[in-house]
Ligand binder design. Structure first.
Ligand code: NAD
Length: 265
């Protein structure tokens, strides 16, 4: 059995992760952490009736007492970097869903994992459909280099654009290069209306209640357009990928950025 602890357990993704790990046949939910929730019933917080565990309010205490195989992190962009370093320094493998870490921070974490001889995963999107969207978009960009990305999320999300939009833009840039799109003389009547610029392509972030996580990649060519769209309509959409990621990390010996590197050939 794979022993898992979840950090950010009282949050939207953390609760869903606790339920998914609890239900899985090959994992045991050893405990969970959320700041300021020390001693609260995990069963009540995560809505799992038969869990008789208390939340930890501090990650280091939980790691030292529970000694899990895997720490799942769904916290927030401000704390995730320190959480992951703490996890590795306690000889626990991290599986990280929290977005917002910089390329430099991810590189530092990869190096730390290597030094410690630990595997791990940083995955800005666990929805397998979203990973396929990026793969299909990368195929399309060879034929349609003119592209814009629109990502749509709930209005409680702190970072913009989404980690998935950044990953998509990075993957597309590898294929299309740095191609400046649009009219060279275009200007904005409202500041920011053309979105953010990533190597010449535009990225737009929509934040509205009623959304979970959605993204369109729109290609424009001569006399035609192509739209590739993915919708996560509930947070359960991330769970098959999360469980798959945990299993892959147990069998792996390096820390990987992107679930696609573990599940696609
Ligand atoms: P949320 O605000 O609902 O939950 C975050 C939780 O983390 C809160 O309960 C908070 O108290 C807790 N927390 C903060 N600091 C902590 C710390 N140091 N230790 C332990 N707990 C701490 O957020 P959410 O909607 O669940 O999203 C969490 C993260 O996951 C965000 O970065 C979001 O972008 C990302 N996300 C990733 C995926 C994916 O597939 N990788 C999918 C959805 C969301």
């Amino acid at each position: 059995m794979i022993k898992v602890v979840v950090a950010g357990a009282a949050g939207r993704m953390g609760q869903e992760s606790c339920r998914a790990v609890w239900r899985s046949q090959d994992m045991v939910l050893a405990g969970a952490v959320d700041t300021g929730r020390d001693g609260e019933s995990l069963g009540k917080v995560a809505g799992i009736e038969d869990v008789d565990l208390k939340l930890f309010g501090d990650l280091e205490t939980a790691l030292k007492e529970l000694k899990p195989d895997i720490l799942v992190d769904f916290t927030n962009p401000e704390v995730v970097f320190d959480n992951v370093k703490l996890t590795l320094n306690n000889n626990v493998r991290p599986v990280v869903g929290t977005t917002g870490m910089s390329t430099e921070q991810i590189e530092e974490i990869k190096n730390l994992a290597k030094d410690k001889g630990l595997s791990g995963l940083i995955a800005p999107n666990f929805a397998i459909g979203a990973l396929l969207m990026i793969k299909f978009a990368t195929m399309a960009a060879k034929h349609f280099p003119h592209v814009e990305i629109i990502e749509l999320h709930h209005d409680q999300k702190v970072d913009a654009p989404s980690g998935t939009a950044i990953k998509t833009a990075e993957a597309l840039a590898e294929v299309r290069g740095n191609l400046r799109q649009g009219l060279p003389t275009e200007y904005e009547e409202i500041e920011g209306v053309r979105g953010g610029d990533f190597e010449g392509m535009r990225v737009h972030s929509v934040r509205l209640p009623g959304h979970v996580a959605h993204q369109e990649v729109i290609f424009g060519g001569t006399g035609q357009t192509l739209t590739i769209r993915h919708d996560s309509i509930s947070r359960e959409s991330f769970m098959p990928g999360l469980l798959m990621g945990i299993r892959k990390v147990i069998d792996s010996n390096e820390l990987v950025y992107g679930l696609e590197n573990l599940i696609f050939e």
